[in-house]
Every structure is written in structure tokens, then in C-alpha cells.
Design a protein around this ligand. Structure first.
Ligand code: TXA
Ligand code: MG
Length: 313
């Protein structure tokens, strides 16, 4: 992977202007590239849904530059504030009650009375939010249901001319989308695993997040088939098979090794890149077993969705 690119000030100012003028900009965050619009601008937010081919019932995450800014949009319990203090800026999104007076386009929440908020760690993204002086609504910058983008090139391949501008910040350092939790007064529900693990939340807040027991599809990231490559994906295959593209983990023969030293953080960072490469090969895809510990839980979550029966959702 190439070194981190840093856009110059003129490029950043151009992105600020595009956002202020109601445009949509693909931006690097520490997790994946996002497709950003001013969250108060209904026309710009509608363009995000159109560019991604995203169903209108799927709400967007709002990105804020501080806890104070989050207060303009959501009602935070003391537990929610503790989570923000522990993990922000960083890859944790909190689903919280929406403030009735929040200055937001209604499509952002898809009609729900909750809003997902997060403060990203990427300095560039924080600069854009501050300059816009509004939350930026940003889903991952890929066509709906397809593999998430971790480089500017992935965005261009997936969305092409449908975005007004792509800010290239180099490859994303985390590589998997944020952990999403629902927060009640004294309970936390894990809605999407990520690099902030349930164990890390327990260690910092003394509350172990529970699994999402609801069968409602409140968040289409929870739709079973997602991150779908074109070819079939078979998981837990230990050895490379002829005529397939093998995504390896640890010391093994493979076409793309997620981490020869079996480092789960490295595997998380490279996962979507591996799926893009496997997809480009046109061959059936096989994947080594990945340990279900730490961030491996989130890696396996994305892999099981990539492998899911496409007719099932
Ligand atoms: O790391 C990330 O979270 C990236 C970067 C760009 O910030 N964003 C991202 O957005 O992954 P997206 O739209 O691809 O995934 C957001 C997920 C979706 O599954 C959506 O349904 C869920 O968050 N979501 C958003 N608002 C929600 C809400 N109020 N309640 C439950 N789920 C919500
Ligand atoms: Mg996504």
C-alpha cells in the first residue's frame, strides 16, 4: 500500500466550498472512505442516497467535531458521555435519541427518532466538519451493498462521476467501519462490531454490550448480504485450492495474505483491499479461518456478510 497522501490546503479549501455549495465529497476517515454532505442540506443528503443507490430507509451516520457539537443533535445520557470520553475521536458510533430541534435533513435519520453520531479521528475530516460548522452525514463511499472503500481509487471505481470530488488521504488506517452501539440509560447494545471491541467497552465503562436481539432490520448494515463481491465466497478454507483466489491469514500459501504474522489489526486494515483484489481476479474466492477474538469478531462479521446467500436479503 502507498504512503499516506496529504491533500494540500487549496484542495481542502476546495472540498469545504463544494460541501458548502451543496455538493458531495468522498473523504478519508480512519475507518473507511465516507461520502459526505452537509447534514442540514436536504438536497445534498438526497444526492448521497442517489449516488450510492441506497434505500431511503437506511439512515446515515452524522460526523461531529466534538462532544459539544454532538449535543446539538442528540440527547446523551451520562453513559453515552462516558463512551464518548473514552473512545472519541475514534471508530465508535453511538445511536442516541434525536433532539427534536436538531438542524438535520429528515432523510439522514430515515424517519427514526434516533441518530447515529461519531467523532472521527481523521484530522482532515475534523477540519472539514469545523469549516462547514455542521455535522457531515457520511455513509461509506461505495455503491450500496458492495465492498467498502479504503483507498481513493476504490471510491473512484465504485462511484466514479457520481461524486463531486474525492479527497485522497491515502489508505485508511483501521480499514473496517466503526463499531456501532445503541445506548440506553444503563445498557449498551452492539449493533455492528468494529475495532472498538465489546471487551474494550467493558474495560472502560464496566458494562458489557449485549448482542442485538432484535430481528428488525433497523440498520441495513445488518442486512445479511452486504460487502458482496461478484463471485462466490467460501469461508474457513485452510488451504489454497486450484482455480480460486485464496485470501490467507498467517503462514500459508495464498493470493493475498491478510497478515503473514497473524496480526488481526493488520488483517482488519487489509480486508476490503483483499476483497477488491479477489473480486478483480474474477475467480471464486476462498478465505482462511480468522480467529474470533478481538477485532477478529468484526473481520468475521464482514466476511460472513460477503459470503452470505445474495438471495436471502
Ligand atoms: O466507519 C464508519 O462508520 C463509516 C465512516 C464513513 O464513518 N460509515 C459507515 O456508514 O459505515 P454506513 O452508512 O456505511 O453504515 C452505517 C450503518 C448502517 O448500517 C445504518 O443502517 C446504521 O449505521 N445506522 C445509521 N443510523 C442508525 C440509527 N439511527 N439506528 C440504527 N442504525 C443506524
Ligand atoms: Mg457501508
Amino acid at each position: 500500500m502507498s504512503e499516506k497522501a496529504t491533500p494540500d490546503d487549496i484542495t481542502i479549501q476546495k472540498a469545504v466550498k463544494v460541501l458548502s455549495d451543496g455538493g458531495i465529497v468522498a473523504v478519508p476517515t480512519e475507518t473507511v472512505y465516507g461520502l459526505a454532505a452537509n447534514a442540514a442540506d436536504a438536497t445534498a443528503v438526497a444526492r448521497i442516497f442517489e449516488a450510492k443507490g441506497r434505500p431511503s430507509f437506511n439512515p446515515l451516520i452524522c460526523h461531529v467535531a466534538s462532544m459539544g457539537m454532538a449535543d446539538r443533535y442528540v440527547q446523551s445520557s451520562p453513559l453515552a458521555k462516558r463512551l464518548m470520553e473514552a473512545f472519541w475521536p475514534g471508530p465508535l458510533s453511538l445511536v442516541l435519541p434525536l433532539r427534536p430541534d436538531a438542524d438535520l435533513a429528515s432523510a439522514v435519520t430515515a424517519g427514526l427518532d434516533t441518530l447515529a453520531v461519531r467523532m472521527p479521528a481523521s484530522p482532515l475530516m475534523l477540519e472539514l466538519i469545523q469549516a462547514t460548522n455542521n455535522a457531515l452525514a457520511a455513509p461509506s463511499a461505495n455503491a450500496s451493498g458492495k465492498i467498502s472503500p479504503t483507498t481513493a481509487g476504490d471510491v473512484a471505481n465504485s462511484l466514479g462521476e457520481r461524486v463531486d470530488m474525492v479527497l485522497d488521504g491515502g489508505p485508511c488506517s483501521v480499514g473496517l467501519e466503526s463499531t456501532i452501539v445503541g445506548v440506553d440509560y444503563d445498557a449498551i447494545t452492539l449493533l455492528r462490531p468494529g475495532s472498538v471491541t465489546a471487551q474494550m467497552i467493558y474495560e472502560r465503562c464496566g458494562i458489557m454490550p449485549s448482542e442485538n436481539a432484535s430481528t428488525d432490520i433497523t440498520a441495513p448494515g445488518q442486512l445479511l448480504s452486504h460487502y458482496a463481491p461478484d463471485a462466490a465466497v467460501t469461508l474457513n478454507v485452510s488451504k489454497r485450492v486450484a482455480d480460486s483466489f485464496h485470501i490467507g491469514f498467517g503462514n500459508c500459501q495464498s493470493d493475498y495474505n491478510l497478515s503473514p504474522t497473524a496480526d488481526l489489526n493488520e488483517a482488519a486494515r487489509k480486508l476490503f483491499n483483499a476483497l477488491h483484489a479477489a473480486n478483480a481476479s474474477g475467480k471464486p474466492i476462498t478465505v482462511s479461518p480468522i480467529p474470533e477474538t478481538g477485532v477478529g469478531v468484526a473481520v468475521n462479521d464482514r466476511l460472513s456478510r460477503a459470503a452470505a446467500d445474495r438471495t436471502a436479503s
